[in-house]
Design a protein around this ligand. Sequence first.
Ligand code: SF4
Length: 258
Amino acid sequence: METHLFENVIFGPINSRRLGVSLGVNLLPLESKLCNFDCVYCECGWTDLKSFPKIHFFSREDIKIKLKEKLEELSKNKTDLNSITFAGNGEPTMHPLFEEIIDDTIELRNIYYPDCKISVLSNSLMLNNPKVVTALKKIDNRIMKLDAGSETTFQLINQPLNNRNLDWVVQQLKKFNGDLTIQTLFVKGDHNGAHIDNTTEEEINNWLEILKTLTPKEVMLYSIDRPTPEKNLEKIPKEKLMEIAKKVESIGINAIVN
Ligand code: SF4
């Protein structure tokens, strides 16, 4: 299976429509993905539970040194930077020293790029850990995944590994009191004999109802772009994403199609 794993702790910068010039930070192992979801569309491939006991995390010190070197180099070359973005080979908040690493990042950002935002892409499953919530509240952009309006679709698309359900995720997201961005991937297809489609009218209506309770600052909508572990998936056309974005705007929430 073709998968896309990041080969370094620091990657980019890349141009992102939503975040501008963005420097990526991957806190997860380089040799395999580490996540508590097993999304059918994950470009890093299927989550392999057997690899978990062998997981090697980069140390807090290593990450700080690598980030400092890169920020120093970019600042010396007068490169613009709009965001330091935590993403990569899995769920960033699973690093055991996530909060401490965020503190280091804030310190370095304040030295080299005081106007640059810090962003984290997360699936919310670690939000029962108060240190993770505290860390996410310290940064500028909390970009949280919400791919479903119903429990069935949540289980089919995201396949959480620890018996979490959609309602639990929604309750956790309320901890940010609307100061968050929601990111939703739309997809259709089949997996293990079940049909997946989070673009049906019923699914969208349920998802909009959840958005009304979360009142995020913005919703980012996108579809698959790279090879997926489940091959029977279809990309949702941009026109359909625009149509869904209009429904989000009609409930007073800003929407952006990527
Ligand atoms: S949450 Fe992200 S990293 Fe984890 S399985 Fe889903 S797409 Fe992959």
